[in-house]
Structure formats: structure tokens, C-alpha cells
Design a protein around this ligand. Structure first.
Ligand SMILES: Cc1cc2nc3c(=O)[nH]c(=O)nc-3n(C[C@H](O)[C@H](O)[C@H](O)COP(=O)(O)OP(=O)(O)OC[C@H]3O[C@@H](n4cnc5c(N)ncnc54)[C@H](O)[C@@H]3O)c2cc1C
Length: 417
């Protein structure tokens, strides 16, 4: 065994840093962050646009500025950091197997672990776009890293598939660097990004958004020469005769993010097939006692401020666990009901002593609806909150009072009516 820590945090992005800082403040003891990149900050290091920290710092920061505020707290908190260190495996007894260029293969033991590995992008292979296989097809995040961190413009004439936030932000970024973005193409009849990003990144740059369209052909050799898009029907099948072809040299894919969970899987942690992240309790503990998780490794967040708040909770609860913790007296399930895709947390420890925040995404855009929480066994209504507008691209957050949870030990359901 190379080293023994009280708490090991895997991943040094905003989630890992917030969890480590909070745990150290709460007296977790010897805390270590393991990060595979050469510096802390995670995905924020490549997000040089502003819009970060409006909720948490009440200021508009860039991604690197937001990350820096936390990396300074990591230093002040005397938290040990191993960068350039890739975690390969963890076990149920909280042994971590990692590798880096200085010390080689290492075995680290911790009393508690926080998983904060973020997420990865879906690629062309995952969605199977027909056509040739030329150079010039990038995921939007890869293009963002090339442009913002390495200084390479990935192309001059681009088509973007997917209107999630990364695709929208890259449409603006490429335009600002002098490239022409010909179209942003979205399979669904609505954008999956935040409304502010649709306005600021597409409308302000006169970039057309083709809703209910998809790419049906990529041609070119050795580099992309053209892209054909088609309208899709309500079953998302391309409609013949609706093709539009763009002459371009680049395709960016912004077609979804998947929580990074190879390490969680290898430890035997139960995953939720809907979020693709670990099933967690209200204290962000996974199915293995003493292993916690937070940030994009649990579910994909649109705002880093929520990642921070969730990770601080994970850090506090991990510190509590290290110090002896509270004993759970059972659990209740949180179920996704009508028009709700998933909930986080999926479980709540009993007895419920505090209000519990529940995050979820709805299945489709909706106007003038109510979020309704009911008791699973009796169907009794526990909470009803009106919402003028709901959209899958915008994560929802509700707080369920402890008294409501005490009335429904058989579980609760979150639905849209
Ligand atoms: C392109 C883009 C634009 C965004 N724009 C905004 C915005 O404008 N405003 C906003 O509020 N939010 C925005 N977000 C969201 C926000 O940045 C993310 O929600 C947040 O960064 C997630 O934090 P995280 O720590 O969970 O993941 P990450 O930031 O991805 O960090 C995870 C870290 O874990 C490390 N890691 C993974 N696996 C291992 C391993 N096995 N061993 C060691 N280390 C590992 C990674 O290297 C990485 O550093 C954006 C996100 C993206 C991708």
C-alpha cells in the first residue's frame, strides 16, 4: 500500500474541488485529489466564455476564473493534489489503483471516496451518421479544447449537429474566430440548450437553427467536403425529398454527454440506466457505503453553480462518514412519474430530518404546468409547484420538506400535471 488517506476525491474539476474543500473544512482529515489532466479545473479550463458563477458568486465569470477560485481554496485547505494521475480502478473496500509518470502504478487506501469524474461526449460512432469517413468531424468539446487551449481553428466552414449548450457555444466561438457556421441542425422539434444560449450564440450571429432535421450524409476525402441534412418525421425518420446540402469542411457534433463511470462500474456501484450515473442518496452516497459521487459523473448539469452546491453536500457528508457518521434507519425511493425523465437523488435515507433537494429533467417542453410530489403508497399529494415553462434542456430543482417525507415512508413520486 503506497498511502492511506481519510478521503480521496477522483477528478479535480469543479465537482472534485468543491467536495474536497468542503470536506477539509468539515474536518475530514487527510484529503487527496487525483486528477488525470496536468492541472485542476476540469472542463472549465476550456470554457473561456462567460456565464459561470451567476448563482454561486453572484458574478459573471469565465470557466477558468471560476475554476481558479476553487483551486486557490484547494491550496489554502492543505489538500494534497496528484495531477497527471489516472485512476484505473477502485474496489468496494476503497482501495484505489492509479498510475502516473513519476511514481508509476500506485495503490492508495482511503476511508471514504468521492467520485467526481465528469462526463464524456457522444461521438459519431454512437449515433451512426451515414456517409464517408473523412477528417474534419469533431465532437464540439474536442473542437473547443483545440481552439481555446491549443490555439487551432478546426475549420473554416462548419455545420453543427445538435443544439445542446456546447454546440451553441461553439457556433458563436467559431464565428468570433472568423469561421462561417452554415447551420445548427437539431433532431428534436426544440433546442436542447439553455434559451439564453440560443439567443446569444445563434440569433445574434444569424446562424440558422434547423429543428426536426438531422445529417443524412457526410461526403469528402480526405477532408469533409459537404454535408446533407434532411427533415425528420415525428418518429425521427428522415423524409425523402427534404434534403439540403452545405459545402463545408467541418462537422461538429454536440449530441449528448454521458457520465464517466468506468471506475464506478468496476467497483460494482449500482448505476441508473436513465442518468447513466450512480444511484445516489440525498447525501450523494452511492450504493457502496462511504463512496460518494457528485457533479457530471452523477447526471449532466447545465450550470456549474449546481455542480458546486451538490459537491459541497457530497464533501460534507463524506467528512461526516469519515468522522463516524449517522446511522441510517432505512430508506425511501424517489420515482420519476409522468413526463419526468429521471430524479437525483433516487433514494433518501430515513429518518428524513431536513428538506431534500431533488433535481430532475422533463421529457419535453411544456407551458403552464405543475410539478407534483405524491406519496407512492397512498397517492396523497405532498407538494404542488406551478411552473410557467419547463424544458428538457433546463434542469429543475425542488425542495421537499422533511415533514412531507416523513408522511411517505413507502417512497415519493415526482410528476408533471
Ligand atoms: C462545453 C461546455 C460549456 C459549458 N458552459 C457552461 C456555462 O456557460 N455556464 C455554466 O454554469 N456551466 C457550463 N457548463 C457546465 C459545467 O462546466 C459543468 O457542469 C462542470 O464543469 C462539471 O463539473 P465536473 O467536475 O463534474 O466535471 P469536469 O469539469 O468534467 O471534471 C471532471 C474531472 O475529472 C477528471 N477525471 C475523469 N476521470 C478520471 C480518472 N479516471 N482519473 C483521474 N481523473 C479523472 C477529468 O480529467 C476532469 O478534470 C459547460 C460545460 C461544457 C462541457
Amino acid at each position: 500500500m503506497d498511502c492511506i488517506y481519510d478521503l480521496a476525491v477522483i477528478g479535480g474539476g469543479p465537482a472534485g474541488m468543491a467536495a474536497a474543500v468542503e470536506a477539509a473544512k468539515d474536518g475530514a482529515g487527510r484529503v487527496l485529489i487525483l486528477e488525470r489532466d496536468k492541472e485542476l479545473g476540469g472542463i472549465l479550463n476550456q470554457c473561456i466564455h462567460n456565464g459561470f458563477g451567476l448563482h454561486y458568486f453572484k458574478e459573471e465569470l469565465t470557466g477558468p476564473e471560476y475554476a481558479q477560485r476553487f483551486s486557490e481554496q484547494v491550496k489554502e485547505g492543505n489538500i494534497e493534489v496528484m495531477t497527471d494521475t489516472m485512476v484505473l480502478d477502485i474496489t468496494e473496500d476503497k482501495t484505489i489503483y492509479a498510475v502516473n509518470t513519476q511514481k508509476g502504478y500506485q495503490q492508495i487506501k482511503a476511508k471514504a471516496i468521492v467520485l467526481a469524474m465528469g462526463c464524456r461526449e457522444r461521438t459519431r460512432g454512437a449515433i451512426g451518421i451515414p456517409g464517408e469517413r473523412p477528417a474534419g468531424v469533431f465532437t464540439a468539446g474536442t473542437a473547443q479544447r483545440y481552439l481555446n487551449m491549443e490555439g487551432y481553428l478546426v475549420g473554416k466552414r462548419a455545420v453543427i449537429l445538435g443544439s445542446g449548450d456546447i454546440g451553441l457555444i461553439m457556433a458563436r466561438r467559431l464565428s468570433l474566430e472568423g469561421a462561417k457556421v452554415l447551420a445548427c441542425v437539431e433532431l428534436m422539434p426544440y433546442s436542447n440548450g439553455l434559451n439564453r444560449n440560443v439567443v446569444q450564440c445563434l440569433h445574434d450571429f444569424d446562424i440558422p437553427l434547423y429543428l426536426s432535421h438531422t445529417i443524412t450524409r457526410i461526403t469528402g476525402s480526405p477532408r469533409v467536403e459537404s454535408v446533407t441534412i434532411s427533415k425528420v418525421d415525428e418518429k425521427r425518420n428522415p423524409i425523402p425529398g427534404t434534403e439540403i446540402t452545405f459545402d463545408c469542411d467541418t462537422v461538429l457534433l454536440s449530441v449528448g454527454l454521458i457520465p464517466e463511470n468506468e471506475v464506478a462500474k468496476s467497483a460494482g456501484i449500482a448505476l441508473d440506466p436513465r442518468t447513466k450515473g450512480p444511484i445516489v442518496y440525498e447525501n450523494m452516497e452511492t450504493s457502496i457505503e462511504g463512496i460518494f459521487a457528485s457533479g457530471n459523473t452523477v447526471h449532466v448539469h447545465d450550470l456549474v453553480d449546481y455542480v458546486t452546491a451538490e459537491s459541497q453536500r457530497a464533501g460534507r457528508c463524506a467528512a461526516e462518514y469519515v468522522k463516524g457518521g449517522r446511522q441510517s434507519q432505512g430508506e425511501l425511493a424517489v420515482t420519476a412519474g409522468n413526463a419526468v425523465n429521471y430524479t437525483v437523488p433516487q433514494k433518501i435515507h430515513l429518518p428524513a430530518q431536513k428538506p431534500v433537494e431533488i433535481f430532475f429533467r422533463v421529457a419535453a417542453p411544456m407551458e403552464n404546468k405543475a410539478i407534483v410530489v405524491t406519496a407512492l403508497e397512498t397517492g396523497d399529494e405532498l407538494l404542488r409547484l406551478k411552473r410557467l415553462h419547463l424544458a428538457p434542456g433546463e434542469m429543475e430543482k425542488i425542495s421537499v420538506p422533511a415533514e412531507a417525507l416523513q408522511k411517505s415512508p413507502g417512497g415519493i413520486k415526482v410528476s408533471i400535471e
